[in-house]
Design a protein around this ligand. Structure first.
Ligand code: GGG
Length: 354
């Protein structure tokens, strides 16, 4: 029987509520597919910061490295500045394990209402592919005259040909394997950012030339934001920089009905290091502790993890169980207009999973 070792970082706020639910679903899948999960829990995050002054310990990366994958809840606490929580945990893991492809599917499940009037279940079906290790998140910069009236801050984006090339290629390969519209949309702002984004456009064109069977489109990020609303059905794979694709994937998450349905994978496509799976949503302190957070984004992220571990049938099974619960529409958390608890939604998924 195959055993997968999964590092689990529940993190902060609702992260501690959704992770146990995803584990329940993974445990049931494991039984069904004759595998086992050895979960290793790491209590890192805000509480660790309050105690030790760090979001995770110095040797954290070494502890995670031998695991087959990482399952993450959420990071963020109202009493700690967001740049500390993010730069102290999530971003160092993405960079250390060269998880350069952040994959964020946007699928409107039948039975779920989009805030847009037109699209019905299945009409929205695209994936945002976010460059995940460089770009605007490079953490190059500094302060001058700190806390003085003449204070200056610089924040430099770093775009490398290698970094752009590999994420754009990943997007094209995904369009080919998805086998839907076979269309890749590249998002930049090269009218205003005449170096980094011009390089991105050039690399995109080079790679596109190697995939003549895939239709391409290049949009400025403002036009992309508009077209996500105006014609979401037209997208298949959308590739963008770390910041742009982060913002766009919040739009796509709400287009499919709720942030609570948006799953994601931080992949090292070369499989040298563990990849990390997490809901797109954060720690949501406004609803934390009430038992009403939607667990489905994390459960679906667990499904993406199963797929990455080579358990494609188990992954599809989890997705089908979630789809069945949503189609029935009886058991839903408040973000989807229901009155059910986090646990009741998971119970419903487990029942469908059988
Ligand atoms: N589920 C992970 C989480 O807590 N994300 C919150 C967040 O602030 N993410 C920033 C990012 O992905 O760049």
């Amino acid at each position: 029987m195959k055993t997968f070792t999964i590092a689990v970082i529940a993190g902060d706020g609702v992260g501690t509520e959704v992770i146990p639910q995803a584990k329940r679903v993974l445990e049931q899948s494991a039984k069904k597919y004759d595998i086992t999960f050895a979960f290793e829990d790491f209590n890192w995050g805000a509480e660790h910061y309050f105690r030790w002054g760090k979001m995770m310990p110095a040797g954290a990366i070494d502890l995670l490295q031998p695991c087959d994958a990482i399952l993450l809840g959420a990071v963020g606490h109202p009493e700690i500045a967001d740049h500390i929580t993010l730069n102290g945990l999530l971003l160092p893991i993405r960079r250390a394990f060269d998880q350069y492809a952040n994959v964020r599917p946007a699928y409107l499940y039948p039975g779920v209402d989009s805030p847009l009037a037109r699209p019905k279940g299945g009409d929205i079906d695209f994936v945002v592919v976010r460059e995940n290790t460089e770009g605007e998140y490079a953490q190059v910069g500094g302060f001058v005259y700190q806390q003085q009236p003449e204070e200056i801050a610089t924040q430099t984006s770093v775009f490398t040909r290698r970094g752009i090339e590999r994420i754009v290629r990943f997007a094209f390969e995904l369009a080919v394997t998805r086998n839907k519209k076979k269309r890749v949309t590249s998002v930049t702002k090269s009218n205003a950012q005449g170096y980094s984004m011009v390089l991105w456009d050039r690399v995109f064109e080079d790679v596109a030339g190697q995939y003549p069977q895939v239709e391409t489109e290049s949009l400025l990020v403002d036009a992309a934001a508009m077209n996500f609303i105006r014609r979401p059905e037209s997208f298949d794979v959308v590739v963008g920089s770390n910041l742009f694709a982060d913002i766009l994937s919040d739009i796509s998450a709400i287009l499919i009905g709720s942030m609570g349905l948006a799953a994601s994978a931080n992949l090292d496509p070369l499989r040298r290091f563990p990849s990390m799976f997490e809901p797109v949503h954060g720690s949501a302190p406004d609803i934390a502790g009430q038992g009403i957070v939607n667990p489905l984004a994390t459960i679906l992220s667990g499904g993406m993890m199963l797929d990455h571990l080579g358990m494609g049938d188990a992954a599809r099974d989890v997705e089908s169980a979630v789809a069945a619960v949503l189609a029935e529409g009886k058991v839903r958390t408040p973000d989807l207009g229901g009155h059910s608890s986090t646990e009741e939604v998971t119970d419903a998924v487990l029942e469908k999973l059988g």
